[in-house]
Design a protein around this ligand. Structure first.
Ligand code: GDP
Ligand code: MN
Length: 386
């Protein structure tokens, strides 16, 4: 789960991490009051959306007067901001953060990520901050330093210090920078994060260390034990279909293609997407209806898939283990009738009572084609949507 910059900074403040003074507003008429309350000559007005690249896209403005703050607040609120991370449809700005400005001497990059290869957390740092890490990796790979953090020991001070030397943090603030990294690591671990990224971390002309931007991602599987973080969830930033699916206990991720996929089991869902791609098609979604694939599940899944206008056909690929194939077939036929399915459906069933299941599909007289294996199924749905 992703949260907004202002929320990330609120959390960081609780961990003693230095962030600029600021307040979030949802209505431009509150801009002036915030300016007075943060008492600053230069303010920064920042669009709050779940995407980076705002700076280059005009979502971060430096204002030198209250009138300018008001002007930028009015411009940004309600606007659809398009950054290279949002896709061309952009994201509506519903909140903006107004912060005190600071005099930047140098920008650094600090990130903690869950590193699957190392089975642990890796600290990544660079003195080329302000630029995205992917870009630094391309242009200046030798300017990126990493520390693998031992799960038991946690981040050690010598590792944080080594990073400071590698990225040339000014000597007089190394202790502060070490504390910064230790605190950020504690935040990461205590809140089940998968990413804590501070880009840029800046050293100001007055030699203060400040986190100017913050991006935090949480592992959704840990949210049940962290109610406070869960409250940060912003449904406006999430795909409607994904929210609907999560209400029904379905794992759904929407994609850009036109073949809807209904599958049970994450592994089979991945394999199904692969085979569609293999034959030159594009899946419209990843969807795991869960191991027990009940009639109700199947119906909800169809509804969600069909709410995506791009979908031209559906490939159902279900393994009847716990739930027998004939029960699944009945569920699919019933759902297809109730929903008056208009797009072609190819279904590949395998498992217990598969023959009974296929018989039910064939007798239904619906626009449903039974495939005997995944290859045939993938080819058939592609042919049908042509
Ligand atoms: P992002 O583009 O979405 O990652 O947004 P950031 O919060 O990282 O802001 C982009 C850039 O705006 C930063 O790298 C800074 O160069 C600049 N910026 C942000 N806050 C301030 C500030 O207080 N003072 C100055 N001078 N520049 C700032
Ligand atoms: Mn940034």
């Amino acid at each position: 789960m992703n949260i907004h910059e202002y929320q990330a900074k609120e959390l960081m403040r609780e961990y003693g991490i230095p962030v600029p003074n600021g307040k979030v507003i949802y209505d431009a008429k509150d801009a002036e009051a915030v300016c007075w309350s943060i008492d600053t000559d230069i303010a920064v007005v920042k669009a709050q959306i779940h995407a980076g690249g705002r700076g280059k896209a005009g979502g971060v403005k430096i204002a030198e007067s209250i009138d300018e703050v008001k002007k930028y607040a009015e411009e940004l609120l309600g606007k659809r901001l398009v950054t290279h991370q949002t896709g061309e449809e952009g994201r509506e700005v519903r909140a903006i953060l107004i912060e005190e400005g600071c005099d930047i001497q140098k920008e650094y990059y600090i990130g903690f990520v869950l590193d699957r290869d190392k089975s642990g957390v890796t600290l990544i740092a660079s003195e080329e901050g302000g630029t995205e890490i992917e870009e630094i990796a391309l242009k200046n790979p030798d300017k990126i330093y990493k520390e693998s953090i031992d799960y038991i020991l946690g981040l050690t001070e010598f590792q944080a210090r080594r990073i400071c030397f590698n990225i040339n943090i000014p000597l007089e603030i190394i202790n502060e920078a070490v504390k910064f990294m230790m605190d950020a690591y504690r935040l990461f671990i205590e809140n089940d994060c998968v990413l804590v990224e501070i880009n840029p971390l800046v050293v100001t002309k007055e030699k203060d260390l400040v986190a100017l931007d913050a991006k935090i991602n949480f592992d959704e599987n840990g949210l049940f034990r962290n109610e406070k973080i869960f409250k940060y969830r912003d449904l406006n930033e999430e795909d409607e279909k994904e929210i609907e699916a999560s209400k029904h206990g379905l794992s759904y991720i929407s994609l850009d293609g036109n073949i809807g996929c209904m599958v049970n089991g994450a592994g089979l869902a991945m394999a199904t997407m692969d085979i569609i791609k293999f034959y030159g098609g594009e899946p419209a979604n990843f969807l795991d209806v869960g191991g027990s694939a009940t009639e109700e599940n199947v119906k909800n899944a169809f509804k969600i898939i069909l709410s995506d206008e791009k979908v031209k056909g559906i490939f159902v690929n279900i393994f009847g283990g716990i739930m027998k194939c004939d029960v699944i077939a009945k569920g699919i036929v019933k759902a297809a009738k109730e929903l008056e399915l208009k797009v072609p459906v190819v279904i590949r069933l395998e498992g217990t009572n598969v023959d009974l299941g296929i018989e039910i599909i064939k007798k239904s007289n619906l626009n449903i084609f039974a495939a005997k294996d995944m290859n045939e199924g993938a080819r058939k749905i592609l042919e049908l949507i042509k």
